[in-house]
Design a protein around this ligand. Structure first.
Ligand SMILES: Cc1cc2nc3c(=O)[nH]c(=O)nc-3n(C[C@H](O)[C@H](O)[C@H](O)COP(=O)(O)O)c2cc1C
Length: 195
């Protein structure tokens, strides 16, 4: 698929088949992420690729527990409130039981940490679409990155002490195939031309 087509037709996929895609395909997605631009070419985004069910289940339980204990406040944005509400109802699986979860982390003291990681994540989503794989940005571990129990768990999975979770991505074959790939007219992201 041509690059521009892959960008314009990318959509989030949340319902995935349980099978893990061929490792070579996952590696292609990761290679696209690692090729992303970064401030001063610092390349500080760490990618933690989790396919083992035991750890995926552990993380889901952890997130369910932490969110269920949180109080909803007025200043929270809608999707965070919705995650907490669903966790309080029980059986909240933040990664939708996808077969692959790629967590990104970056240095706590690095000003471009979030921007660099977003470039990595977007590159991976575009590559996934080009390879007929579904993907969706998954943010709950970022929201919980300061929770000690989450930090401990992520450190066991490879995050360094001086890093924090910047985001995440699920990957897999869409349960219903690929989402509708027609191009969509954006209603936001306003543009001002000065010419
Ligand atoms: C920073 C960011 C955080 C997001 N967090 C989540 C998330 O935690 N869970 C989820 O299901 N989707 C998440 N999304 C996906 C958005 O909901 C989705 O991109 C948006 O609704 C537009 O739909 P599209 O990706 O199909 O174009 C996130 C997207 C971004 C860019």
């Amino acid at each position: 698929m041509e690059a521009l087509e892959s960008i314009l037709t990318r959509r989030s996929t949340r319902r995935m088949k349980p099978e893990i895609p061929d490792k070579k395909l996952i590696e292609k997605v990761i290679a696209a992420g690692r090729a992303a631009p970064s401030g001063s070419n610092s390349q500080k985004t760490r990618l933690i690729v989790i396919t083992r069910k035991k750890e995926l289940d552990q993380l889901a339980e952890l997130v369910q527990r932490e969110f269920a204990e949180m109080e909803i406040t007025d200043d929270m944005y809608v999707s965070l409130k919705s995650s907490i509400t669903r966790a309080k109802e029980g059986n909240y699986v933040f990664h939708y039981n996808a077969p692959v979860l790629i967590v990104t982390a970056n240095k706590k003291d690095y000003g471009n940490a979030m921007a660099d990681s977003a470039c990595v994540l977007e590159n991976m989503m575009i590559a996934a679409n080009a390879l007929d794989l579904g993907s969706c940005w998954i943010n709950q571990l970022h929201w919980l990155t300061d929770h000690a129990i989450v930090r401990d768990c992520m450190k066991q999975l490879g995050m360094e002490d001086d890093e924090f979770v910047t985001g995440g991505l699920i990957l897999g074959y869409g349960a219903d195939g690929m989402p509708e790939r027609g191009t969509r007219k954006p209603t936001g992201n306003p543009v001002s031309w000065v010419e």
